[in-house]
Design a protein around this ligand. Sequence first.
Ligand code: HEM
Ligand code: HEM
Length: 298
Amino acid sequence: MHDSILTYAKSRYLWVALALGAGALAAYLWHDPGGPPNGGTWLGYTLGTIGAALIVWLMWFGVRKRSYAGGIGTLRGWLSAHVYLGTTLILIVLLHAGFQLHWNLHTFTFVLMLGVIFSGFFGVYAYLRYPTLMTRNRESATRDAMLEEIAEIDQNALALADGIDPKIHALVLRSIQNTRLGGGAWTQLRARDGSDLALASLHEAMAAREQRKEMATSEMPTMFAMVDFLAGRATDKQGEAMRKLIDLISRKKALATRVARDIQFQALMEVWLYLHVPLSFALLAALIGHIVSSFFYW
Ligand code: HEM
Ligand code: HEM
């Protein structure tokens, strides 16, 4: 069984984080600043410095992730430590500030940090949940293989529709042109494709045709029925082709839905990083402002 990032190395970093948090809490309870605890006492400075060092180290993960040369520890180990130590920051910073939060740059820094951390929670959720869902959704095919099969079905459907009726051919062509997999960020997250409309129209055409046939056999006078019967031989073949076409497009719809979902899962696994990373840069900037301004007031 594979370790998840949360249980990596028997949850080693969970224990490291708990020890760090417990140590900070013990120091906070033991410390008597001779006034309300705040960021300006020696313990406040110590915890603030630990917090700032942690933030710089957490941001370093982006660099570590991209250095293929390797380094100390595995990427999974780093991520496991990143997640647990990142979460401990909430406690460390609250103790640093002595739980005194006012509407100012300092608290804004804290709010940015919470934004980074909570987007990180979604990231962990996504990394734990979506890969399994993706594997199940793909049913052991690759995305490329599914796309290839869709292209093949498109060609076959067009050829088949060509033999039925120009209107049906136009309909199938339009549906192919409307099936845009991937697309913009919003389309990816919603996971839609365009086969539904074509299927609905084909079913409608089939139903209309069946109705006409029923009328021909039960209600129409014999003369007309005879004529229709002769014409019906040709349309029966068409009916057969229509049924095949509907089967093909249904198969394509199932495939396209799976590809769209695959893209959706991948997009969900990436979208949170668009909050996590920019917010962490904003946090770094605000933190520098916080530290510099604290020294001005000192
Ligand atoms: C080297 C690192 C740090 C230093 C030197 C530092 C310094 C200080 C000082 C002197 C105060 C007291 C300000 C006052 O009472 O008006 C303070 C408060 C505070 N600090 Fe820090 N800090 C550091 C790191 C951090 C970090 C990493 C965060 C959070 C991301 C943070 C968030 C806060 C908050 C929220 C307050 C309370 C502000 C308030 O009273 O409204 N600090 N810090
Ligand atoms: C203030 C705290 C944090 C900072 C500054 C921070 C910053 C970063 C940075 C810079 C990256 C690299 C992303 C990239 O370059 O692609 C990253 C990745 C990541 N962070 Fe954080 N992070 C923090 C807290 C957290 C927390 C608390 C969690 C989860 C509970 C978390 C979860 C993740 C995950 C799962 C990744 C991996 C992204 C990937 O490998 O694609 N982070 N973080």
